[in-house]
Design a protein around this ligand. Structure first.
Ligand SMILES: Nc1nc2c(ncn2[C@@H]2O[C@H](COP(=O)(O)OP(=O)(O)OP(=O)(O)O)[C@@H](O)[C@H]2O)c(=O)[nH]1
Ligand SMILES: [Mg+2]
Length: 444
């Protein structure tokens, strides 16, 4: 963490040209950066208008708003300066170049501001993940979920559990020290095991959420699959309301899996258009069909699209729930008789008949699957794995407790507390940090 001594800078706002660009600086030389470009350092947390120059008395770069957040009560825990400049490419380039010429300053790496916030104890690891989720949140439900995690719903709970476990462990260890004094150990072990039992139940309950938290974070996967030429890509385009996938009268048009993100009543749904499933000699199509099968099997829901009136094999697709969608009803004589159950839907991707009913059924399905998911504590596999390990350690502690092996009980409680410490990033996390911060953009 010696790199902490470097002062970093980056464009934190979006891709230029934009109205206003935000350039941030964090580190011990942040003050020098403000003095060099803007002259006087503003009062802490007060916006000040200043003319930025490439050096004191030098050429004017831009009229700007400057903010000064002295550490340790800043976002990164270090001195932080923020320049709000006109969001043109050349303005931004000139300001970044001027910063780069200052001794001790260098461009930030992706996620480096947040990483400093974590390393300086401003955010725990679950909050860091919540922050990443907030930036990538696409729907209202995802935003609320990310905010809860950033605010510490999981982090604070895990910390409280950890504190209780450490206390329980201390009781057991005290019992071991008094082990030649009659019933003292029993009096200490009993309460410790009671704590372990209560925590075990609470954590197991948090895990028994049918993966709702992860599903909301990642979006419900809905695969459109079926035989070639059934109108799968046409349906995708219709649901996406734009021309995402190529549609042609040739069977075997789609090869790659195409993804579209939809917001259905604030719930995220990822739609996948896949290659028509059939036997083929063409290696490209064979690969497309393989991918189609793989994605359909992993999806939460499969829309199995076939042509109305054409007998087609019914798909059996692993774990996923399957809805039969009969397309091209405009070609058949029959009127569209959309069903509201979500199953046995009849549509025309060409005219749009039956599509509103399909969307409504999907929205109801998303709601039924994801309702309440924002409240789920677990939003990532990482959390689930850690909490499972905690439950396992507590189970072992409880089993040993009845056998009177205090030393093993203490060790299992210590392991459980350590897992919770890893969850919030308090202990032993060097190995996972790169993975977590990799997802961040530059400037965050
Ligand atoms: N009349 C009619 N034609 C349709 C309808 N939906 C799709 N088509 C036509 O059917 C043909 C195939 O449509 P696609 O959407 O490319 O079908 P696909 O299932 O994606 O085909 P592959 O990618 O080859 O598996 C195109 O000529 C579409 O215009 C529909 O509802 N009615
Ligand atoms: Mg297609």
């Amino acid at each position: 963490m010696t790199r902490d001594r470097d002062t970093i800078f980056a464009l934190s706002s979006g891709r230029p040209p934009v109205a206003v660009a935000v350039i941030r600086v964090s580190g011990p030389a942040a003050r020098t950066a403000v003095e060099t470009l803007a002259g006087r350092v503003p009062e802490p947390r007060r916006a000040r208008f200043a003319t930025l120059r490439d050096r004191p008395g030098g050429d004017v770069l831009d009229p700007a708003v400057v903010l000064w957040f002295p550490g340790p009560h800043s976002e990164t825990g270090q001195d932080v300066a923020e320049f709000q400049v006109h969001g043109g490419r050349a303005v931004i380039t000139a300001v970044l170049a001027a910063l780069g010429r200052i001794e001790g300053l260098r461009p930030a790496e992706p996620g480096e501001f947040t990483r400093r916030a974590f390393e300086n104890g401003r955010l725990d690891l679950t909050a860091v993940e919540g922050l990443a989720d907030l930036i990538y949140a696409e729907t209202e439900a995802q935003r609320r979920q990310a905010y809860r995690q950033l605010a510490g719903t999981l982090g604070k709970r895990a910390e409280a559990w950890r504190a209780q476990l450490i206390e329980a462990q201390a009781l057991v260890e005290a019992g071991i020290d008094f082990s030649d004094e009659g019933d003292v150990p029993e009096k200490l072990l009993g309460p410790a095991l009671a704590t372990a039992r209560a925590l075990r139940e609470e954590i197991a309950a948090a895990l028994a959420d049918e993966n709702r938290g992860e599903r909301l974070r990642e979006g419900l996967m809905v695969a459109i699959a079926g035989p070639p030429n059934a109108g799968k890509s046409s349906l995708l385009n219709r649901l996406a309301q734009r021309d995402v996938a190529i549609v042609t009268p040739h069977a075997g048009t789609t090869r790659d899996v195409i993804e579209v993100h939809l917001d259905l009543g604030s719930y995220p749904v990822t739609l996948l258009d896949t290659a028509g499933i059939r036997e083929s000699q063409d290696p490209v199509e064979i690969e497309g069909v393989r991918r189609a099968r793989e994605r359909a099997e992993a999806a939460d829901l499969v829309l199995w699209v076939t042509e109305e009136g054409v007998g087609a094999p019914v798909q059996d697709s692993g774990q996923a729930e399957v809805w039969q969608v009969r397309n091209k009803i405009d070609l058949a004589d029959a009127q569209a008789v959309p069903s509201s159950s979500g199953k046995g839907l009849r549509i025309s991707a060409l005219t749009g008949a039956g599509v509103p009913e399909l969307i409504a059924a999907l929205a109801r399905h998303a709601e039924a699957t994801l309702a309440g998911a924002e409240a789920s504590l677990v939003t990532r596999e990482r959390h689930r794995v850690a909490l499972r390990k905690v439950v396992e350690a507590l189970d072992r502690a409880l089993a040993e407790g009845s056998g009177g092996r205090e030393d093993i009980v203490a060790e299992e409680l210590r392991l459980a507390a350590r897992e919770l410490g890893r969850l919030t990033g308090r202990v032993d996390v060097e190995d996972i940090l790169d993975v977590i911060f990799r997802d961040f953009c530059v400037g965050k």
